[in-house]
Design a protein around this ligand. Structure first.
Ligand code: MN
Length: 255
């Protein structure tokens, strides 16, 4: 990218909503690289994946936080925010879409449920270089200094090298400082023991999702394992879900 810092526009979104600590942490990073516009959900939208709003109108409300962060709060999903921002709310096209910093890991199978990752993926679909950033700590007051450092490294990488068409960077970091930063691949994993059954005051059962991440892939280059060892993780991901690994062989078989 040949643009100077002064000419760059960075769109920041997330899925935890405009009131989260994580989005403020990411705005701080983004401000080092250019002008920043925040367009993010007006409420918690974690695990909404890539859903978009089609049956209700969207509204965007300008806000200004006590810390000086300004932007637009949207009554929609993370993917809605990126679509609406680039189509209607921004007065020029962004040079980068940043999503996060999510409170909680978006490594392994979490990627597929993640609203944070989907905001970045939407940026990629629309043709903008895009990065999702997550911190492994769910705590509202999580130490995101390491995740900020990992985000800055990824942003610098993207401004130096660009990104191949259709590719999003998915960045994860432990809470606090990390030992180093590594390229990784998405680890095969799944949740087990997912629901806790309880009884409501009418003695009817209800179920609350919880669960434990089971890692099915012990490779040293796997995102969840690298994070467990205290490193930050950067995974190139793609929204093209075609299974190229089997496409050729299967397409030669009779249907
Ligand atoms: Mn979230």
């Amino acid at each position: 990218m040949s643009k100077s810092k002064e000419n760059r526009l960075i769109l920041v979104c997330n899925d935890d909503g405009i009131f989260s600590k994580g989005i403020r942490a990411l705005v701080e990073v983004a401000q080092r690289f250019g002008d920043v516009v925040v367009v993010a959900p007006d409420r918690q939208q974690s695990a909404v994946g890539h859903s978009i709003t089609i049956m209700d109108p969207l509204r965007a409300q300008a806000f200004e936080m006590k810390n000086g962060m300004t932007g637009m709060a949207v009554n929609g999903t993370p993917a809605d925010c990126v679509k609406l921002a680039t189509d209607q709310l921004l007065d020029r096209k962004p040079d980068l879409v940043l999503s996060g910093i999510n409170h909680g890991s978006n490594a392994g199978i979490n990627i597929i449920y993640s609203g944070t990752v989907s905001a970045a993926t939407e940026g990629t679909i629309l043709g903008y270089p895009s990065i999702a950033v997550s911190c492994m700590d769910f705590n509202e007051e999580a130490d995101m200094s390491g995740a900020q450092e990992a985000a800055a490294r990824a942003v610098q990488f993207v401004f130096d090298n660009g990104l191949p068409k259709g590719i999003t960077l998915n960045v994860n970091a432990p809470a606090g400082p990390f030992k180093g930063i590594k390229w990784t691949r998405q680890g095969d994993s799944r949740y087990t023991d997912e629901y806790i059954p309880r009884k409501d005051p009418m003695n009817k059962p209800y179920y609350w999702i919880t669960g434990r991440l089971e890692i099915l892939d012990e490779g040293p280059d796997v995102d969840v394992n690298v994070l467990k060892d205290g490193f930050a993780s950067v995974t190139p991901i793609q929204y093209d879900l075609t299974a190229y690994r089997v496409f050729k062989a299967m397409s030669e078989m009779e249907l």
